[in-house]
Design a protein around this ligand. Structure first.
Ligand code: CA
Length: 237
């Protein structure tokens, strides 16, 4: 599920936002001030940021500009001031949407879902390619596997595969480097982009991906494990 950074200095509001988002299946990180937010944006691959404008250290619009200086991550502004001029200015400065306090959990989740849909459609991928600000790579075909990173679709023998976000990123990365052995270390850096992930996590994703590709580890058609080295996606003969 998407990982979301909550930036809010009020501990009570922060806890309730975290509850709402976690309850909806999001992975949630939090920061209590603007510089804490910048630190997280720098070191974590995030799918969205929920940014309170009233922070103790940085003015909200400054925090937004600084985030935009380093990342294209979608930003949902939360403000206590229903000030139209200010909101328009923030949207022009790169905010993706806004919420005026007080708002319900339902409103928050609906706005967030809409922001995530829009960014996925626009080809600003929330993971892997997203934070680089670069456009997604073009479609790749390996055997009868067809992957379009921009549209985030994958087809096998003309049938669309239903993949999780991470399975898709993994498959897209391996396909873009077809017939090359990719080490787990590289996958952690390039696909997971997180520091604290166990290599076993990759094994789990490879195994669910394999199942979705309709193949067994003992006789794989596409996904070959090269013991002690890594994984490669091969062109079937
Ligand atoms: Ca605040």
């Amino acid at each position: 599920m998407p990982s979301v950074l909550v930036v809010e200095d009020d501990p009570g509001i922060r806890a309730s936002l975290i509850d709402i988002l976690t309850g909806d299946g999001h992975t949630v990180l939090s920061a209590a001030d603007g510089f804490g937010a910048l630190r997280e944006v720098t070191r974590t691959a995030l799918d969205a940021v929920i940014l309170d404008l009233g922070l103790p250290d940085l003015d909200g619009s400054d925090a937004l500009c600084m985030i935009r200086g380093i990342s294209q991550v979608p930003v949902l502004i939360v403000t206590a001031r229903d000030d139209e001029a200010e909101i328009i200015q923030l949207l022009n400065a790169g905010a993706d949407d806004y919420l005026v306090k007080p708002f319900s959990g339902g409103q928050l989740l609906a706005r967030l879902a809409a922001v995530l849909r829009r960014t996925a459609r626009a080809g600003v991928l929330p993971t892997a390619y997203g934070d680089s600000g670069l456009p997604a790579p073009g479609p790749v075909t390996v055997g009868s596997l067809h992957i379009d990173p921009g549209a985030r679709t994958a087809y096998l023998d003309g049938r669309e595969l239903r993949l999780t976000r991470r399975e898709f990123d993994l498959l897209a990365y391996l396909a873009a480097h077809a017939d090359l052995v990719i080490s787990k270390r590289t996958l952690l850096t390039e696909v997971w982009r997180e520091q604290y992930v166990e290599e076993q996590t990759i094994d789990v994703h490879v195994s669910t991906l394999r199942r979705k590709l309709g193949e067994a580890a003992s006789s794989p058609r596409y996904l070959q494990t090269v013991r002690g080295v890594g994984i490669k996606l091969v062109t079937p003969r």
